[in-house]
Design a protein around this ligand. Structure first.
Ligand SMILES: Nc1ncnc2c1ncn2[C@@H]1O[C@H](COP(=O)(O)OP(=O)(O)OP(=O)(O)O)[C@@H](O)[C@H]1O
Ligand SMILES: Cc1ncc(COP(=O)(O)O)c(N)n1
Length: 428
């Protein structure tokens, strides 16, 4: 199924047509991109925009309307009244999702007037954010109740088929008014970049409608998709990541394979490694670029004169190493793997001789409140060891405390780098 996208180009690659294309593709449908305007923007500011002549927009839609099976159309930035009129005529008869883009999240105007957006409301599924819903309804919105009132007004007075008011500017709860009924979609704030959320939301809505879902289910699915695209956004882009699900799954698959290979390699060191395995066992953890962590279920234990993994490589199989790794990645995101061994003076000396950067933490220095919280010990320890050397440590040890076995953590930028370090450390 194809989804027609009528939108503007964001040169920063965060919102607009690029986010729409990625959303439609990521959700498995075919995007038909129609450009209305070129903006000059980055995630911090919109410097201006140029709208295309309405005939150019019209011809783009005409070129594809007859030759694809179009399940729905998503309409974003229109730019001008003339373009709005042309889009209205050329998309007649299609299921229309209208994101009534008026201003960017940075506060720059993206349309000549509210009236131009109103041209397309009749019969459309409209997805305003709170300020846009205020402009369309003439009401002030400070609560979910007021979102509901505004949604009703936009549907009844302007003739929208349905209205979804998005709560990104209020409480993260979205409201739908459809066929005389109101629905609430509760949400919680997700940490991450939010530039482009509105574009992704309306495109996802169009996709799920094209797939044949009923509106309430469509809104629920689109909302969850946006949440993922915020959670798995990347610092480099400073915007949502519509490819999150595909990337996350690919990274999981690769990380699992990488760690399985490395564990196999580690088993070759069996007899040499055996004396270095602590009472609690060794584990080996690897993080994906999204900081999801894989490890060996049940750990790697001493077995006769050699070693053996108890279970398979699994997601979230080691809380301890996961916390160590994630803390280290806050300082050095390039670090992806860690393995723990029994502490011995010889091991630490050997590491220094090999030129590894060695640091340590002393549990006796741990503040009382962190100690009492118990879960924070590892985080505190890694942070204090990192700060002690002032550069990226390859190995961190601690000498234990009452009831805690002394331990060595070996870090690396890949699982194989850790194996190589362990190989060097355990060779006689
Ligand atoms: N930080 C956040 N955490 C969770 N959900 C969010 C967050 N910000 C926005 N959302 C959700 O994202 C969707 C888009 O809402 P929002 O109100 O941000 O739209 P918008 O203002 O048009 O977006 P933008 O202008 O950034 O493109 C809604 O489902 C909203 O609830
Ligand atoms: C081309 C284009 N379309 C839409 C938006 C709105 O997105 P945001 O409100 O996140 O800036 C934008 N900034 N640019």
């Amino acid at each position: 199924m194809a989804v027609l996208i009528v939108a503007g180009l964001d040169t920063g690659g965060g919102a607009g047509l690029k986010a729409d294309i990625e959303t439609v593709s990521a959700l498995g449908e075919h995007p038909l991109p129609v450009l209305t305007s070129v903006t000059y923007q980055n995630p911090s500011e919109v410097r201006g925009y140029h709208t295309l002549p309405p005939e150019v927009v019209r011809e783009q839609i005409r070129a594809v309307r007859g030759s694809f099976k179009i399940g729905a159309v998503k309409i974003g930035m229109l730019g001008s009244r003339e373009i709005a009129e042309a889009v209205k005529q050329e998309t007649e008869g299609l299921t229309r999702v209208l994101d009534p883009v008026m201003e960017s999240s940075t506060g720059a105007k993206l349309v000549d007037s509210v009236e131009s957006v109103k041209v397309l409301i009749l019969g459309s599924i409209v997805t305003p954010n709170v300020p846009e819903a205020e402009a369309l309804s003439g009401l002030k919105i400070r609560s979910i109740e007021e979102m509901k009132e505004a949604a009703k007004v936009i549907a009844e007075e302007l003739g929208a088929e349905a209205v979804v008011i998005k709560g990104g500017h209020l409480s993260y709860t979205d409201v739908l008014y459809w066929k005389g009924k109101l629905y609430e979609f509760p949400g919680e704030r997700v940490e991450g970049f939010t530039h482009g959320t509105g574009c992704v939301f309306s495109s996802a809505l169009a996709v799920f409608l094209a797939k044949g879902f009923e509106l309430p289910e469509t809104v629920e699915r689109a909302k969850r998709f946006v949440e993922g695209s915020i959670r798995f956004s990347k610092a480099e882009a400073r915007a949502v990541n519509p490819l999150w699900e595909l990337e996350r799954d690919a990274h999981r698959w690769r990380a699992k394979g990488e760690l399985e290979e490395a564990v196999k390699e580690l088993m070759e060191l069996g007899e040499k490694l055996n004396p270095h395995v602590p009472e609690v066992g060794t584990n080996f953890a690897l993080a994906t670029p999204f900081s999801e962590v894989f490890a060996v279920k049940g750990r790697i234990v001493r077995y006769g004169g050699t070693i053996k993994p108890v279970g398979p490589v699994e997601f979230n199989a080691s809380d301890h190493l996961r916390r160590a790794l994630l803390k280290m990645r806050e300082f050095y995101p390039e670090v992806r793997a860690v393995l723990n061994l029994r502490y011995s003076e010889e091991l630490v000396e050997k590491a220094k001789k090999l030129g590894l950067v060695v640091s340590f933490y002393d549990r006796r220095e741990e503040p009382e409140d962190v100690k009492r919280a118990e879960k924070g010990t590892m985080e505190w320890g890694i942070e204090s060891a990192v700060k002690r050397v002032g550069k990226r440590p390859d190995l961190i040890y601690h000498l234990g405390d009452w009831g805690k076995e002394p331990m060595v953590l070996i870090f690396g930028r890949s699982a194989m780098e850790v194996v190589e370090r362990v190989r060097a450390l355990s060779s006689r």
